[in-house]
Design a protein around this ligand. Sequence first.
Ligand code: SAM
Length: 328
Amino acid sequence: MRGLLFTIFFIVLLPFFLFGIALYTWRIRRICVPQNISGTANEPFGGRLAMHIAGSRSDETTYKIANYLPSYGGVVRFLLIDTMRLACRVSGYKGSMLSYPGPRPSTLATMMSHRSYFFDESIKEVLTRKENPATQFVVLGAGYDTRCYDLPEDLDIKCFEVDMPPTLNTKKKALEAAGVPHDHVTFVETDFNQETWMEALLDSGFNPNLTTYILWEGVTMYLIEEAVRDTFNLIASLPVGSAVGADFFSHDLIVGNPPYEKFSKAMHGGIKYYSENLQFGIPTGETLSSGLEEFLKESGLTLTRFEHVGTTEDKRPPWYFFSHIEKQ
Ligand SMILES: C[S@@+](CC[C@H](N)C(=O)[O-])C[C@H]1O[C@@H](n2cnc3c(N)ncnc32)[C@H](O)[C@@H]1O
């Protein structure tokens, strides 16, 4: 019944929504891309925003800053977000795509809620455990992630957000305009493909002797393999108990091996729209996770949790993986 009500409201509001989508995509190409502000950062942000407005996953900061981002701000927030929010509120619908933690196995439509839940849990575990909790939190390729602004109040954690300057500056401006306190966060500008982020972090006050949690969500697929390897080797130099949450596409998807030929083309095409490139995927092993374990051997890090979108019974086997990796 709720789903039906939502559909009816949504159909009534569809012209607003479609106009919002058109304006949003125009802004990505005409405002974000020319200024090198990450376009792909808007996708996971949009997923978390949708869960927030549906009332399934609270993320007030995401909602607040949306109004001040070049992609979602002003009239787009009204057309895209506030219309959907109205449809959700009136109907009470939170199903499928908007649910959290979402169904398992997850699908292409529900992978964002699966991904958000996986990393929410991974962060919570390492920051709040009784023994050797992390006291530093680093978000690599932070984009518009808001985890640093939603930490439990009793935690005394130093936060760092690392990204390329145009995206970081856009986010800082949005946080300021939305009145979101951010003094506890140090913003660190770097390019993972050009230089080691650790040097940039150290220059910004990062202490390599403290147990650290590193969130590396939605980033590895945009990097060259060397940058991914270097990053794991650097994380391996942190104290025991440090951990990283990272997601990966499969190598087969990236290069378009069967049965991913068409899907791979569509993914590359979609990302090209943002003038960004998909570059790295892990060669999956027989158990899927064994490919990542093999990849981690060089750094000596340990894979402690591994989940994937889809099931191994699908015609198209899993191609997207979430991992929790520790220095033991
Ligand atoms: C898909 S977004 C993910 C953002 C965020 N982690 C999230 O899940 O919402 C990828 C982010 O990685 C950043 N990024 C991609 N390549 C990078 C590089 N070579 N150096 C630094 N940041 C990079 C982009 O600027 C963008 O903010």
